[in-house]
Design a protein around this ligand. Sequence first.
Ligand SMILES: [Zn+2]
Length: 157
Amino acid sequence: MGKEIDPPSPRIDENEIQATNRRMKSTDSAAGLRNKDWQSRMATLERLDHHATKQDESALVKALSDRSARVRRLAAHAIGCQRCKAGPLSVDVVGLLAKLARRDPVLRVRRVALHLLGTQMKSLRVRRSLQAALRRETDPQTRFVITWGLSRHSGTR
Ligand SMILES: [Zn+2]
């Protein structure tokens, strides 16, 4: 696993991230996640997506319950995106994404979590989370994302 796979739509809106980055100067640490301005929190997460270390992990996890849905979406990406990382995070990525997919009130946040779940290493645990999500979610686009993920986790026991 670990190979690059083109995800289905929808995904993190790269234009939105880049626009945020143009407006904001990146801060130097996860401290930016405590900024009142959601755009600063976005810029911090965008940087952490590529450069997070163990020290940043708890701040990343906390950002999954940020009051801004945009920030939660990007936090999910920063936690679940293996492609951008030099090394894996030591947090329970699957558990965190599954919880977000189950509990977030905003559809787009759940959808990003579900997509990222699908991109994780093939496992029965992911498959079960996705199957449960498929029973809950009624939005066609979200069901498409779940089905795509399930196709990557089929045959797990
Ligand atoms: Zn990434």
